[in-house]
Write a protein that binds this ligand. Structure first.
Ligand SMILES: *Cc1c(COP(=O)(O)O)cnc(C)c1O
Length: 463
């Protein structure tokens, strides 16, 4: 089934979709560890804590809405990916999921590399001290300035996305007297099992150069000839929120096929292969993602097997998880403003944020869960829809969610797994002030990205 987003937002008046959880969870006070970050727990007094800090204290000190990030969880996930892939592989965190200077420092300390796909992301990475050779530059239409800044800074790789870009990057590197390491991004004709708007490796799309009709082979031919480029490998990214490795299996098979053709034609074995990101996380208790160790073992096995069959040495593998690292590490803390029961339908619970801090529900029909976090409750479960405060009926945060029937204005509720693609896609719709990102660690909370102010808004509006 192909689900497409309507300009007005997802179908907001229907009932629970077929096959969806129709029964309320057995314990509404439980905070499922698959969905909530590692240090989240509910205290004796019923108040949820993260990193040992009560959410009620966070709301009081920093206001709502706020993104609350569990630093220990973020670092633990970085380490798990790093250790799973080992020394003969590289883990590039996809900065577009969420990037700030604190994040860059944590990544640097934990031994991860970083993908950026714009000048702004590159500037953030460099400002926070990520060594340039650990940065990769992506994008299907990098500007000349972006390429120049990246080459000048000495980024470890630029991932070439089109024939024009091969010539463009080569020209800039030549002018700057550099030899730039590059990969070529190919589309392998795999459509990952995911929403059509975030599946990116099937042929009909803007990213990469098709393997079909010898296009990628021609790209390699051109890149290899250019002295200012050092072609180090082939890149493929097949989609997002993927739960099994079968898509990667097909992709690796086809990429290794290209490596073999390159060896046969040019007599060189390209030393690297990048399999992209897109590994899924649990947004609700229905999702069952794989552990990094399991993913690493599967990918390594696939690449080793394909290379053995092709008679190639096993190249250095890299992966680019974004959501799988940062997604589960944060929740969005909201205060309930109104509770509106619609008889026979459901109850609408309005919070003090919405599509400006989480566009994914409206954009992709994304599913989330929600918990009452400022107190425990023994009330019956009630089917709700958590909505924002924006002037749009598609302004939905959680489409179908069970909350205790006594949920009331002033309660704090939290939506888990909002670390990826929420703050980074946040907007000022209705002149909303984008929420802060708080980092909580071992009993201490601090702001890593501050809340926007009216002054910030008016500074851009020069009258
Ligand atoms: C978006 C993207 C990623 C990260 O995707 P996630 O779903 O966050 O893991 C990795 N690589 C490339 C090239 C991307 O565009």
């Amino acid at each position: 089934m192909s689900r497409s987003a309507h300009p007005a937002g997802p179908r907001y008046a229907d009932v629970l979709p077929e096959g969806h959880y129709t029964a309320p969870p057995t314990d509404l006070n439980a905070l499922d560890p698959r969905v909530w970050s590692r240090t989240v727990a509910r205290g004796e007094d019923g108040v949820a804590t993260v990193g040992g800090v009560k959410v009620t204290e966070l709301a009081e000190r920093f206001g709502t809405p706020a993104y609350v990030m569990d630093e220990a969880d973020f670092r633990a996930r970085c380490r798990a990916w790093r250790e799973a892939f080992g020394r003969d592989a590289d883990v590039f965190y996809a900065g577009k999921a969420f990037l700030s200077r604190a994040i860059v420092r944590w990544l640097t300390e934990e031994g991860l590399n970083l993908d950026v796909c714009s000048e702004g992301e590159l500037a953030t990475a460099l400002a926070a001290g990520m060594p340039a050779d650990r940065i990769a530059l992506h994008g299907n239409n990098k500007s000349a300035r972006e390429i120049e800044r990246a080459v000048e800074a000495g980024v470890g790789r630029i991932v070439l996305d089109s024939f024009q870009e091969i010539a463009r990057v080569a020209g800039i590197a030549e002018r700057l007297g550099r030899r730039q390491r590059v990969q070529i991004r190919v589309t392998v004709g795999v459509e990952a099992h995911t929403h059509e708007f975030i599946a990116t490796a099937h042929e009909d799309q803007k990213f990469g150069i098709a393997l079909a009709e010898g296009q990628a082979a021609e790209a390699v031919r051109r890149a290899i000839k250019l002295d200012s480029l050092e072609l180090i490998g082939i890149h493929s990214h097949i989609g997002s929120q993927i739960f099994d490795t079968s898509g990667f299996e097909v992709a690796a098979h086809r990429v290794v096929g290209l490596l073999k053709d390159v060896r046969d034609e040019h007599g060189v074995e390209l030393p690297e292969i990048d399999l992209g990101g897109g590994l899924g996380i649990a947004y609700t208790s229905d999702d069952d993602p794989r552990e990094p160790a399991e993913i690493a073992a599967a990918l390594r096995e696939i690449v080793t097997r394909e290379c053995a069959a092709a008679g190639l040495a096993v190249p250095r593998i890299s992966v680019e998880p974004g959501r799988a690292i940062v997604g589960p590490t944060a929740f969005t803390l909201y205060e309930v403003g109104t509770v509106k029961p619609l008889r026979g339908l459901r109850t609408y619970v309005s919070v003090d944020g919405g599509m400006s801090d989480n566009i994914r529900t409206a954009l992709y029909d994304a599913e989330y869960s929600v918990g009452l976090v400022s107190r425990a409750s023994t009330a019956e479960p009630m089917l709700t829809r958590v909505v924002g405060k924006h002037c749009e009926s598609g302004d939905i945060v959680v489409k179908d969610a069970f909350l205790p029937a006594d949920v009331a204005p002033g309660d704090l509720i939290a939506v888990p797994a909002t670390g990826a693609y929420c703050r980074s896609m946040a907007s000022n719709y209705n002149h909303a002030l984008r929420p802060p990102v708080l980092a909580v660690h071992e009993g201490q909370a601090r702001v890593i990205v501050r809340r926007e102010t009216e002054e910030d808004l008016l500074r851009l509006d020069i009258g």
